[in-house]
Design a protein around this ligand. Structure first.
Ligand SMILES: [Fe+2]
Length: 229
């Protein structure tokens, strides 16, 4: 009898110990999940309101249909961008190894960049304050015409997106323009600059408005060791 009681006591203790282990394992898993989630950047991070949006608006509204159609590399090479139109300011096409340029001195400045010197300088200042010393690797004016979409997609894996901070400055927009990243739906107002983290996330853009949406997209590469974050 005594020995049986002892057996029961031992087995009860074992059960208690194993229940404690299960709880601990669950806690560990939850903590790990939390840690991995905290590594995923927020979809949209507000950077700043751009001061002189009206002069930028004036400039981009002067472009004709032909101006928007002149450069078609992006819409031809990326099916998902087939509806968009681009005017490059600072932009290198992929090299023969399908790599992007990361060298400050090898950046390609397109003729239109001359008309945006002040704006690119102001943006560089804003991005330095936010992320630390660096430079703009790409700057593109992107037009998503009225009543068109960038269909839901996940970008091709590209280490470049881990290196740069991609921001959008909305120059011309409307309440009916939606940027959707990882299920989060955002309407970026004219003059607002947002960092957009859509790397490896499903994203799409819908322009349900009557006007063409024009953003200035910039990629900011921090100089190693100077990062603020
Ligand atoms: Fe994309």
């Amino acid at each position: 009898m005594t020995s049986l009681e002892n057996v029961d006591l031992v087995s009860t203790r074992k059960i208690k110990v194993s229940t404690r282990n299960v709880r601990k394992n669950r806690r560990d898993t939850r903590d790990k999940e939390k840690d991995s989630l905290s590594l995923i950047p927020e979809n949209f991070i507000f950077v700043k309101k751009y001061n002189n949006i009206n002069s930028l608006k004036e400039k981009v509204l002067k472009y004709t249909k032909e101006d928007w159609h002149k450069y078609d590399y992006r819409q031809k090479n990326y099916m998902v961008h087939m509806n968009t139109k681009t005017i490059p300011l600072i932009w290198n096409e992929m090299d023969k190894y399908n790599q992007r340029n990361l060298e400050k001195d090898n950046r390609k400045f397109w003729p239109e960049a001359d008309n945006y010197k002040t704006e690119l300088d102001s943006l560089s200042q804003i991005l330095t304050e936010k992320y630390g010393e660096g430079f703009i690797t790409s700057a593109l004016l992107i037009n998503l015409p009225s009543r068109s979409i960038i269909a839901p997609h996940v970008d091709n894996q590209d280490a470049y997106f881990d290196l740069v901070k991609r921001t959008h400055l909305a120059i011309i927009s409307d309440d009916e323009v939606r940027f959707i990243v990882g299920g989060e739906d955002k309407n970026i107002k004219e003059g607002e600059i947002f960092e957009i983290n859509n790397n490896e996330k499903l994203h799409e853009v819908k322009n349900n408005s009557e006007i063409d949406r024009i953003h200035l997209l910039t990629d900011w590469l921090t100089i190693k060791g100077e990062r603020n974050e």
